[in-house]
Design a protein around this ligand. Structure first.
Ligand code: HEM
Length: 499
């Protein structure tokens, strides 16, 4: 076993957790998988145990492979395992420091998170249901106009939902300026977040090299992206601020925060918090929910039996002449099980978002050095045979008893799918209601069927996903067809109620 050289801070000379053998200087850099790292990490867990240590060019990384260790570190020791590592490129150069999703644990993070929670906790999200339903119904109409583009339509659905909730801004399509800014800012972010993409993250002193210097192309990129990262929270916030001043702001998170400022001496700080908290809603919520719903479409395409059962359940509760709303949710256990299985089958964030600790610790006789990055292998936990037999199968029944009612003993995927401890996703309640509104609306009126090839034969689909921080299905073809004449009528008039 490898014993750290920093023996002053590891006086008992405890071993590090086990892991693949590192090379001098570069450590385990060559062991690190380029694709689907969660699968390699699972093999490491099988070989070395539930807590694996690697070091990449001196950076200690711990991989948590079981629910037990996740609980022990992220929950029981949450005061020291709730940080985030600083990225020189993303925070110092691109200016994403305003996002509390990237802040290290501390007072600033707590203040932002508390404010965010007030607007997205389990009860608070009820007031957004009409927006979610309106946008889900708009999705039905967009699909009818252009079914091939369903992947894009899903994107605009959540962009529009979040822009309305956070700012009261109603966007029509993806050419809207607020959307193009946010999407470009997030594209820059995901490019910069690829581990090893920018050397400045390994050698932070490079940030002092001016952009005109040969080889300092990263500075130019960082400047362009910094402009977007600044506009993303500022532009929509300033628009709402002006509307509040004029007295014609639509109801929204930002409008209510601004209207409730009573202490003028705290105004600039309160405005800063409101701007940052609203900005992070789009950053954290748009792409993730999109990925989950796209995976749902893929699951329905590959599992026609599940689709039929869900459609029958909806019809038995609301008939064929109505669209289901939130009031019937309790009566749709199969739909609720589909939502859980969607979160489990291909987790949107297979490694959650890595945590960071800045203090030394000891866990089960192993030394955990300050400065470690800790990754929870969400995918592995959600594909654990013990809790989820035949984990690669999409089988909502695993969350139900034989009589079709919810199984209280089935492990809720939400315990892992949204990350861990104090950092657990604060948008998980909104994501849940978003999935419900889209899934029930779509299944009530559409069949998701295999595409036909040139000879009219049904195409076979092999499910496959991307490999980044957020896992999207790779583009796939399908036919989305109204289920009946009554369904066509529902699609046409579905928006009226929520307009
Ligand atoms: C399918 C949907 C979603 C998934 C799978 C998801 C997953 C996650 C994960 C894994 C984390 C990191 C947790 C950790 O560090 O342990 C996270 C953080 C976060 N999510 Fe989500 N999320 C989803 C939807 C949303 C939505 C709809 C919002 C906003 C309304 C949102 C806002 C955030 C924010 C602000 C953070 C940062 C929290 C912090 O660092 O304290 N997420 N999410």
């Amino acid at each position: 076993q490898y014993v750290t050289k920093r023996s002053k801070i590891n006086p008992q000379r405890l071993p590090l957790p086990p892991g693949p053998r590192p090379l001098p200087i570069i450590g385990n850099a060559l062991d690190m998988p380029q694709e689907f790292p969660w699968k390699t990490f699972r093999e490491w867990t099988n070989k070395y145990g539930d807590l694996v240590h690697v070091n990449v060019v001196g950076q200690p990384i711990l991989v948590v492979g079981s629910a037990k260790v996740a609980y022990d570190l992220f929950e029981r020791k949450s005061s020291i395992y709730s940080g985030r590592a600083n990225s020189t490129m993303i925070i110092d150069l691109m200016g994403w420091g305003w996002s509390f999703g990237m802040m290290n644990y501390g007072e600033q993070w707590k203040r932002h998170r508390k404010l965010f929670h007030q607007h997205f906790n389990q009860n608070a999200v009820d007031k957004y249901q009409h927006i979610q339903m309106r946008e889900s119904r708009a999705l039905l109409r967009r699909i009818r106009e252009n079914p091939e583009k369903f992947m894009d339509h899903i994107r605009i659905t959540f962009a529009a939902t979040i822009m309305d909730i956070a700012y009261g801004i109603q966007v029509k399509d993806r050419t809207d300026e607020f959307i193009t800014i946010a999407e470009s800012a997030l594209e820059g972010l995901s490019e910069a977040a690829v581990p090893g993409a920018f050397l400045v993250d390994q050698l932070p002193w490079l940030k002092y090299i001016p952009s005109w210097f040969p080889g300092a192309g990263f500075q130019k990129k960082a400047q362009e992206w910094a402009h977007l990262a600044n506009e993303m929270p500022n532009k929509p916030f300033n628009a709402v601020k002006a509307a509040v001043k004029r007295g014609d702001a639509r109801p929204s998170m930002v409008a209510s925060l601004l209207e409730n400022i009573t202490d003028e001496s705290a105004r600039s700080e309160d405005e800063r918090l409101a701007r940052n908290a609203a900005g992070v809603a789009y950053a954290g919520g748009a792409d993730t929910t999109v990925a989950a719903v796209q995976s749902f479409f893929l699951a329905m395409l590959c599992h026609p039996g599940v689709q039929k059962k869900a459609q029958a359940e909806i019809a038995s509760v609301v008939g064929r002449d109505h669209l289901p709303d939130f009031d019937v949710r309790e009566q749709l256990p199969y739909i609720n099980a589909i939502i859980k299985e969607t979160m489990r089958w291909q987790p949107v964030t297979p490694l959650a978002v890595p945590h960071y600790t800045d203090v030394d610790d000891i866990y089960e006789g192993h030394y955990i050095p300050a400065g470690s990055i800790i990754m929870g292998n969400v995918w592995s936990m959600l594909h654990d045979e013990e809790y989820y037999p035949n984990p690669s199968e999409f089988r909502p029944e695993r969350f139900l008893l034989a009589d079709g009612t919810p199984n209280p003993d089935a492990k809720d995927p939400g315990a892992f799918a949204f990350g861990f401890g104090r950092r657990i996703c604060p948008g998980r309640f909104l994501s849940d209601t978003s999935l419900y509104s889209v899934i029930t609306s779509v299944l009530a009126v559409y069949d998701i069927l295999p595409a036909l090839d040139a000879n009219g034969k049904e195409e076979k689909v092999t499910p496959a996903w991307t490999t980044g921080l957020v896992q999207y299905p790779l583009p796939f073809r399908c036919r989305i067809v109204p289920r009946s004449k009554a369904a066509e009528g529902l699609i046409s008039h579905s928006g009226d109620h929520y307009a």
